[in-house]
Structures are given as structure tokens and as C-alpha cells.
Design a protein. Structure first.
Length: 399
């Protein structure tokens, strides 16, 4: 009579190998979130190896050993967490690797001490497994909160497979500690608790994989949407994308109090370029100016064409003083540059208006309005200038 745990382990090995292969193809074949996909592929393959060892234990294969099972299981959670860190652009938690290795060594030492240490080993394993799983839930929730507008219950649903995995591990540890679970330290014994846990894992790991797939698909859909909303002339984001980024940045400001600054720019006397040389040359000028502006961006900045020769620069985590320095650098760069066109190189200047978000701003609209007003003051002052809005109201100017 076949061991039901052995059959379930074989099914899980097949399921997890499929997941691992899919992520490998996504990472290598389609170059989609490549590094995260490869980490996830390795993570699911590590769980598959753990289940394979469980299956081989049931068949009496000498290779099967609790040291291998523990290591592959804990390693899988660390690998998947690493993929989530890469996907969410968060720093790597080195302690996970040390913790997984240390917990594996501790469990092996306890195993050598005898069967009476089984409960202690279960507790050590559960604690170390739940550590990266809790971090995965937190990272995904934070990323969803920052990037996707969705109800809290939907975010909770997205991470529910991870939470359920932790719940199963904790429940199993609790039942074993209370004496209601299996008496054996070996999963391959096929006790009712181990069989039930394996059935739940079969379903939960599918949901876990679905969560990761949903994240990647969501990013792809967002990228396709932004590509369709990109300004075709200079190759920059258009007004719609910028307004969405502004809303996201203002929401972050309301949540954290971290300032941001908007810089509105406008080419001086651009109409004369179109009237003198034609719109073809005007388009070439816009391409050249866009290239110059992009060369002065920081990694977190967003640049968009708002219409005609007007551009907007969104500078997160930047106050008016920092934005003024950047705006002056841009103004000087434009004024000193020769923009290549079919009619020869052209010299142009640019006026800029700077506005920092104020504590009284309920939305980003007043910030943009103040930047616009500052831009027109710069033009009225003779052009080729930078003007900062409401300096006396800025927190940095208060006494």
C-alpha cells in the first residue's frame, strides 16, 4: 500500500518544478523582471528538492536526511524573499542566509542528541521559516500600497497565500508541541498531521506562485499603459503620466511629510524657431532639448512634456533650495548648448519656475499652479531665468 505522503510529495515536486521552470523561462527567455524571476525560480526549485528528499525518505533512499530537508526548505523561503527584495527594489537582508544556515546546524545538532529533541527542532524550523515569510508579506504589502490603488482587503488577499503558509507552519508546530500531532520527527512517517499539512501546502504554494505572477503581470500592464501614454515627439512621459506620478508623490507627502518640488520649464522664443525654420526643425529642437533635460535628471526624477515647448520636472524628496540648484544647472546647460538641426546648430534659452509642496496643500494642483506662476514671472523678468514660488512660506524659510 502506497504511502499517501509519498504520493503528495511526488505531486508537489512536479508542481514546484513547473513553477521553477516557468520563472526560469520568464527570467531568461523574456527578460521580464529578470533577477527577481531567477531568484523565484531557484526558490521554488529548492522547495521541490525538499519534497523530493521527503519522497526518497519514504522509499528508503539513503540520500534522504533531515539535514537536507531542513536546509532546502529554509533556503527556499530565503531565495523567494530575495526575489521579492529585488522586485520591490529593497536592500538585501544578509541575516536571512546566516539565520537559515544557523537554524539548520542547530536542528542537526538537536537531532543527533536524540528523538526527545523533536519538538525543539520543530520550533526552531518554524521560527526560522516564518521570519522570511513575514518579511515577504510586509514587502509585498508596502509595494502594493505605494504602486497600486486598491482596497486594503484586496492587498490582504494578494498576500494571503504567504500568510496561510505561516499559519500552517505555526499550527503544525503548536499541535506537535501540545502532543496532538505526529510522534515522529520524520515527515515521511505519513502521520495525519503531515498528510494534512502537505495537502494545504499543495494549495497554498499554488496561491503563493499566483501572487508573484500577479505582481509581474501588474507591472507589465502598467508599463504597457505608460508606453501608450508616452509623448511620441521627445520620447518623454506625457501629461497623463505626470499627473498620475504627481498624485502618487503627493500621497507619499501626506503620509510621510517628505517634501517634493515641481519645476515648470518653457523654451524662450520657441515660436520664432517654428516661424523661421518650420515645424520640422522645431521638432528637432524639442528632441534636442529633451535629451539635454534627461541628461540632468536624477534617478528618482520624472520628466514629462506638458504641451508645446513646456516641460515639467517632478523631484521627489527635494526642497525648493535643492530644486533651485538643479534648475539653475539646467538653465545654464541649455543656454550653453548648441542644439543640432537640419538648419544648423541653434542656441536657445529656457525659463524655469520652481514650487515646493506646502503643508497646506491638500492636492498637488496648488503646487503646479505656483510653479506655473513662477515660470511666468521668470519670463516677465527677461527670460533665461529661474523663479522660486512663495519662498517666504517654505518651511526652510520660517523662523
Amino acid at each position: 500500500m502506497s504511502n499517501p505522503l509519498n504520493t503528495l510529495a511526488a505531486s508537489l515536486v512536479l508542481q514546484l518544478c513547473i513553477y521553477s521552470t516557468v520563472w526560469l523561462v520568464i527570467g531568461l527567455g523574456f527578460q521580464i523582471n529578470r533577477r527577481a524571476a531567477l531568484w523565484w525560480s531557484a526558490g521554488f526549485f529548492s522547495i521541490a528538492l525538499c519534497m523530493a528528499v521527503v519522497q526518497m525518505d519514504g522509499g528508503g533512499v539513503v540520500l534522504g536526511d533531515s539535514l537536507l530537508r531542513n536546509w532546502f526548505a529554509l533556503l527556499s523561503f530565503v531565495l523567494i524573499r530575495r526575489g521579492v527584495e529585488v522586485f520591490t527594489e529593497r536592500p538585501h537582508a544578509t541575516m536571512d542566509w546566516i539565520g537559515a544556515l544557523g537554524a539548520t546546524v542547530v536542528m542537526e545538532v538537536l537531532r543527533q542528541l536524540g528523538e526527545h529533541t523533536f519538538v525543539a527542532r520543530v520550533v526552531v524550523f518554524t521560527a526560522m521559516a516564518c521570519w522570511p515569510l513575514a518579511a515577504i508579506s510586509r514587502l509585498i504589502l508596502e509595494w502594493l500600497r505605494q504602486h497600486w490603488s486598491m482596497a486594503p482587503w484586496v492587498r490582504g488577499l494578494m498576500v494571503s497565500p504567504v500568510v496561510l503558509t505561516m499559519a500552517v507552519l505555526l499550527l503544525r508546530a503548536g499541535l506537535i508541541s501540545s502532543g496532538l500531532g505526529t510522534d515522529s520527527p520524520d515527515l515521511a512517517e505519513g502521520g495525519w498531521l503531515d498528510v494534512g499539512s502537505m495537502l494545504v501546502y499543495f494549495l497554498v504554494l499554488g496561491g503563493f506562485n499566483f501572487t508573484l505572477v500577479s505582481l509581474v503581470l501588474g507591472v507589465l500592464i502598467q508599463r504597457l499603459h505608460e508606453l501608450s501614454a508616452t509623448d511620441k515627439l521627445p520620447g518623454l512621459a506625457n501629461r497623463r503620466v505626470m499627473l498620475r506620478r504627481l498624485a502618487q508623490e503627493h500621497a507619499r507627502f501626506l503620509r510621510t511629510g517628505q517634501a517634493y518640488t515641481v519645476v515648470m520649464t518653457d523654451l524662450d522664443y520657441f515660436k520664432k524657431v517654428n516661424d523661421t525654420f518650420g515645424h520640422g526643425v522645431g521638432d528637432q529642437v524639442l528632441q534636442g532639448i529633451a535629451h539635454l533635460l534627461q541628461g540632468n535628471l536624477r534617478g528618482a526624477d520624472t520628466l514629462a512634456r506638458m504641451g508645446g515647448e513646456e516641460f515639467m520636472l517632478l523631484m521627489p524628496s527635494t526642497d525648493a533650495d535643492g530644486a533651485l540648484v538643479q534648475a539653475e544647472r539646467v538653465r545654464e546647460r541649455i543656454a550653453s548648448a548648441e542644439v543640432p538641426t537640419d538648419s544648423g546648430p541653434l542656441h536657445l534659452t529656457m525659463s524655469l519656475g520652481v514650487a515646493e509642496v506646502l503643508p497646506s496643500d491638500a492636492t498637488s494642483t496648488p503646487v503646479v499652479s505656483r510653479a506655473d506662476a513662477a515660470l511666468y514671472r521668470a519670463k516677465a523678468a527677461g527670460r533665461n531665468a529661474v523663479d522660486v514660488a512663495d519662498r517666504q512660506k517654505l518651511p526652510s524659510q520660517r523662523t
